[in-house]
Design a protein around this ligand. Structure first.
Ligand code: AMP
Length: 523
């Protein structure tokens, strides 16, 4: 049997791990790097570049280099998040045939699962190089707050990369697994995960090999990237006031500034002040202009304070949903690169009234947990029971556009809930059911997962037919629906056709396409 790798597919960086001699370890690439930028680009001469190589060309070839594509996965093109990304990203985001968001690079259009698949295929290759054997199976992590379409997109990405995805697990749950494995004993922990593009918080109970998620909350469109943008906006404004030049429409200048802003932000996690120097950032008839900007920690904290406070609202909701008080939490584990920021650390410490645990590496712990789960799924004697929850309520739209909840958020998965539907008119032969995920009482304010028609209902008076529809959320958090006519016992075959999901043939085509670019493993 092959080995199962654990992959943390991050918005900014990705990381792979494996269990060796009972211990999870991170697999470095041949250059010794333990994480890889989740970036893909096409060079000026048409070469495909992944990871560090793609990052290297991000400044000079910004429109052909994709970063943070995970923010778009499983989202509809007309969603606010995609429209915001269109304004902010140097690469082109276009509408796909499933109303999904796609990215155009060097005149070729890529789906978001395909781009994530390219990162995953590279991770698979790094693992094979390290292990000296082929790898087929993986556990992949995703933000706890991902909805069905985003999870489905992540699973599709795995298939496109040529991997069998044994399980999709939530990032904070994976972190808790790695943490809990190294520190046996009953405890309640909060995992605060602030990465490059997403934010999650989960409260978990760990007890003798059982890890139970009590509640989770978050925001799949909030992370370190937003901190960088605040800094960029601040500097662009300052430069315009001082020099009278607007940098907003200069893609290359903005990309240089984005990079410098991120470095300055990380610098300010260790120092009180820093400088941003970008020579030849612009020019006008009077000659070239250079950008020299001083930024201190106090100013940075002022720029992003509302974002950090916003994360605490989710933390509060999560603690309440878990039925606890902040002081009931024994340990706070900080995950994700952005959680290194002192303001974030102090805000979380103040909320829980205790200092966060220092013993985990926020960049690696999620991949380590995914590897632990992978080993537990295939190896005997590696028992870990993971009881996770669904982050969002699942329901259908009813008369007047109301959202009728069938499964509440924070219900332990897997879960199945059945519901009886009937007709509203005599001899009605079909009913249409629209499935949503979210917390608003108005159906259309939630995410539409898909819709289906129950056809072939026998002729009868209104209200007589009884069709039982079962809504199922599996341990990956993925939704499926089945229906049965109670009078005849006949099963109805129904498919929830999510707008942004790829068909099997599209996935196969993308997988074949990627194989053309693959460096074969010889073992
Ligand atoms: P991740 O998605 O977990 O890889 O986190 C990436 C995000 O963490 C990026 O926005 C980074 O800029 C940010 N980050 C990494 N290191 C630091 C640091 N020392 N201080 C502040 N932010 C950081």
């Amino acid at each position: 049997m092959g080995r199962v790798i654990g992959i943390d597919l991050g918005t900014t960086n990705s990381c792979i791990a494996i269990v060796e001699d009972g211990q999870p370890i991170v697999i470095p690439n041949s250059g010794g790097y333990k994480t890889m930028p989740s970036m893909f680009g096409i060079s000026q001469d048409g070469k495909r570049l992944v990871g560090h190589l793609a990052k290297r060309q991000a400044i000079t070839n910004a429109q052909n280099t994709v970063y943070a594509a995970k923010r778009l996965i499983g989202r509809r093109f007309d969603s606010t998040e995609v429209q915001r990304s269109i304004e902010l990203c140097p690469y082109e985001i276009v509408q796909g045939p499933h109303e999904d968001a796609r990215i155009e690079l060097a005149e070729k259009t890529f789906t978001c699962p395909e781009l994530a698949g390219i990162t995953l295929r590279e991770m698979k290759r790094i693992a094979e190089e390290y292990l000296g054997e082929p790898v087929h199976e993986a556990v992949i992590t995703c933000p706890a707050y991902f909805n069905d379409a985003q999870r489905q997109g992540t699973k599709d990405a795995g298939k496109i990369a040529g991997l069998e995805v044994l399980r999709i697990i939530n990032e904070p749950t994976a972190a808790a697994l790695a943490y809990g494995m190294a520190r046996p004993g009953d405890q309640r922990i909060a995992v605060y995960d602030l990465g490059g593009g997403t934010f999650d918080v989960s409260i978990l109970e760990i007890s003798e090999g059982v890890i139970e998620v009590l509640a989770t909350a978050g925001n799949t469109f909030l992370g370190g990237e937003d901190f960088d943008r605040r800094i960029v906006a601040h500097i662009v404004k300052g430069f315009e006031e001082a020099e009278g030049i607007d940098l907003r429409s200069d893609t290359m200048a903005l990309q240089r500034l984005k990079d410098a802003a991120e470095k300055a932000k990380c610098d300010l996690s260790m120092r009180e002040e820093t400088e941003i120097n970008l020579p030849f950032i612009a020019s006008d008839p009077e000659g070239p202009r250079h950008l020299n900007f001083e930024l201190d920690r106090v100013m940075l904290e002022r720029l992003v304070d509302d974002i950090v406070q916003g994360t605490l609202k989710s933390v509060e909701q999560c603690v309440q949903d878990a039925g606890l008080r902040p002081s009931d939490v024994d340990q706070v584990v900080m995950v994700g690169g952005q959680s290194r920021m002192p303001l974030v650390q102090s805000a979380v410490s103040d909320y829980f009234g205790k200092r966060p645990h220092k013993g985990v590496n926020p960049d690696e712990v999620v991949a380590l947990g995914a590897a632990v789960q992978g080993a537990a799924l295939v190896e005997e004697g590696q028992d870990v029971l993971l009881l996770d929850v669904t982050p969002l309520s699942l329901g259908i739209s009813t008369y007047g556009g109301h959202f009728a909840r069938l499964i509440d958020r924070n219900t332990t998965v897997p879960v199945t809930k059945a519901h009886i539907f009937t007709t509203t008119r005599d001899d009605q032969s079909a009913v249409k059911i629209r499935v949503f995920q979210g917390e608003s009482d108005l159906a259309t304010e939630n995410d539409l997962l898909g819709e289906f028609v129950l056809a072939g209902i026998r002729p009868a008076r209104k209200g007589e037919p009884e069709v039982e529809v079962s809504f199922d959320i599996d341990s990956n958090g993925i939704v499926s629906v089945s229906a049965r006519d109670l009078a005849t016992g006949q099963e109805q075959s129904i498919t929830v056709s999510s707008t942004s999901t790829l068909s099997d043939s599209e996935i196969d085509q993308m997988a074949a396409d990627q194989q053309n670019y693959e460096v074969a493993f010889k073992g």
